[in-house]
Design a protein around this ligand. Structure first.
Ligand code: GDP
Ligand code: MN
Length: 363
């Protein structure tokens, strides 16, 4: 009987907390009016450094450079810095060919001798960057034409220290599409409240002075973009995802599940680290940020376990003939017909697997 009650309690808790957070987030959306979609660039556009880290991106890099080239931002007000860490395919060759064919844009290639990870590469690029605004973008991603302009405009707003993008998925996997729309709403709502708990490598723009204040890009946490945004938020600046900054992520078709697990591992590392700061000097952190991060770290670190443990307990008591657990399992099976429910369950399992894998492989 205890097993049965615990199981039911865990499952109920598991679904209740995120529902409450969702309602809270809807409230934030409603009560914090957006300060207008900012599309007017200031008279004097700031100098921007767009940094693209590459490791074996021959397949993506040309498309990426064309995408950056066609941005609606004065070409003499931004530079592109590509930092490559010993790619073994034709990445660097292709970039040089592209540069020869394109005038009026300042593209610079920095070659690191050995591969020491994306973060190391970004810190190398930072030394060469001249911009007051630093924009990081993964090679396997794309922007809409107004992404850079809108991101920069938001970044020029008082109190904003970092800006990232809304993901528009490009994939056949419907799991991914659903994941984006639900979490996309949370990102925007959190941004209206204070800061988004999560940032995206497709477009992560930072004020350079703040990057310097936090000592460059953090090297010890996997979710570099989210964690950099977190460090900036903890200084009291907002790290936001406004609705008019959009980007496209190309979801890998090969190794999809491992990719999801790695991403989840990185996020878990990010939340664990922020939690640690909140415990040690929480009083100094912005209140709204603390509130967001408490919800989000609970949802990423603890809530998935309630589902998995609850599920096992419910199965055990169902096997002993308990009625409510059997009904619960039947309801669950019916709900699996709904795509969003399937996606949710998948994500919970990925988070649990990721936190276990973090014990021995933090890569
Ligand atoms: P994922 O999307 O999180 O799986 O990460 P990716 O493998 O797509 O990497 C994100 C970006 O960082 C891509 O543009 C990669 O080419 C780049 N990248 C990854 N590792 C390294 C590295 O060691 N050095 C450099 N310079 N870039 C890297
Ligand atoms: Mn990628």
């Amino acid at each position: 009987v205890l097993i049965e009650e615990l199981g039911i309690a865990f499952i109920t808790m598991h679904f209740l907390t995120p529902s409450i957070y969702y309602v809270v987030a809807l409230g934030w959306l409603r009560s914090n009016k957006r300060s207008g979609d900012k599309t007017e660039l200031s008279v004097d556009p700031p100098l921007v450094s767009v940094i693209i880290p590459t490791y074996n991106e021959a397949k993506a890099i040309i498309q990426k450079l064309n995408n950056v080239y066609s941005q609606d931002y004065p070409r003499d007000r931004f530079e592109v810095i590509i930092v490559d860490s010993g790619s073994t395919d034709r990445t660097v060759e292709l970039i040089h060919e592209w540069i020869k064919g394109h005038d009026g844009i300042n593209v610079r290639v920095i070659e690191e001798g050995a591969r020491m990870g994306k973060m190391h590469a970004l810190n190398t690029a930072l030394k060469y960057a001249k911009g007051d605004i630093i924009v990081i973008t993964d090679a396997d991603s794309a922007w809409t034409q107004d992404s850079l302009r809108n991101a920069v405009t938001w970044l020029m707003t008082d109190g904003v220290g970092a800006v990232s993008c809304n993901k528009i998925p490009r994939t056949d996997k419907d799991v991914e599409a659903e994941y984006r729309s639900y979490y996309g709403l949370l990102r925007i709502a959190e941004s209206r409240k204070f800061s988004s708990a999560i940032f995206h490598g497709e477009l992560a723009a930072y004020r350079r002075d703040l990057l310097e204040k936090i000592g460059g890009f953090p090297m010890d946490v996997g979710a570099d973009d989210s964690h950099t945004a977190g460090l900036i938020s903890m200084l009291g600046y907002r790290a936001i995802i406004p609705e008019n900054v959009r980007c496209i992520e190309y979801v890998p078709s090969k190794g999809y599940w491992m990719w999801r697990i790695r991403r989840a591992q990185h996020l878990i590392q990010h939340f664990l680290r922020i939690l640690k700061y909140m415990v040690t000097n929480g009083k100094e952190l912005p209140r709204d940020y603390r509130q967001i991060m408490l919800y989000e770290s609970y949802l990423h670190l603890i809530n998935p376990w309630l589902f998995v443990i609850g599920f096992v307990l419910v199965i055990i008591s169902a096997m002993h003939g308990a009625i409510i657990p059997i009904v619960l399992i039947l309801i669950g099976m019916v709900l699996l017909a709904i795509r969003f429910f399937r996606t949710w369950i998948t994500t919970q399992v990925i988070l649990v697997v990721a936190s276990i894998r973090n014990l021995w492989n933090k890569e």
